[in-house]
Design a binder for this molecule. Sequence first.
Ligand SMILES: [Ca+2]
Ligand SMILES: [Ca+2]
Length: 261
Amino acid sequence: MNIHAFYRGTGLGGWNQTDIKSIYIDVRISNYNIVFSEDFGGNLTEKWDIVIFNSAGGSDNDDPPTTRDDYGNPPPCFDNKGDSWCGNAIFSKQTFDYSNGLIIECDMWVKDARYEGCWVSPSFGIARELPGDGYYRDDGVYIDNDHCDQKCVVSIDYVVYGPACWMDPDKQGHAGIWYRIYNESGGVESYFEFPADEGIEKWHTFRIYIRPDRYVEFYKDGKLVYTTHSRISMEYNNMPLVLGGRSCEPYGPALHDNVKV
Ligand SMILES: [Ca+2]
Ligand SMILES: [Ca+2]
């Protein structure tokens, strides 16, 4: 809040500090304060729990999700390290109330894996399911034996479909971006931006705006991409943020940076 006082008197140039003639109050209170931010410059475990998904078995000894100094907007950034054998994720220790609206921002970057490989897909959103049964490995990473990928109530998934993406033959050779909510009817409403080939290997800022009326707006680089026709389910309010997906080497990486809520 700024208070401005204007005065005009009889002094030099007509200005005089003692004769206040008018006063106005300029109120600019944003409805949304930043309650969480992460630039990946610090220790990952400060704000996040690190999870390796292992429902298919065989990921027990995988490299954990990590920060990396060679990429970023600016460096360092986050690499989920998920591979062809299940994804990985980090869950925020903080949980988020979206009953009165919430804005989530995250930058994402994907390697051009259109012509080789697969499993290059960063994702972010609010979790619909927490890690399931599993155990903590010696390095503090949680091995989740119930999931192979994160489940979200709202999310944006940036996917590059290479020739090894056998489940999606019609999309191979292109990138696409999924914008999804789990709605109050218990279904999924999604919008698929396809092809999304132009922005590959560039940082993009994505924004999820859960409006107070519970319809959701999705933005990419400041432009509105999609507004949902159904309302987000309230059953998953006060859940953590989740960043994850696949970042399969040698085809990746798939990266995240600059998370803001
Ligand atoms: Ca950074
Ligand atoms: Ca794995």
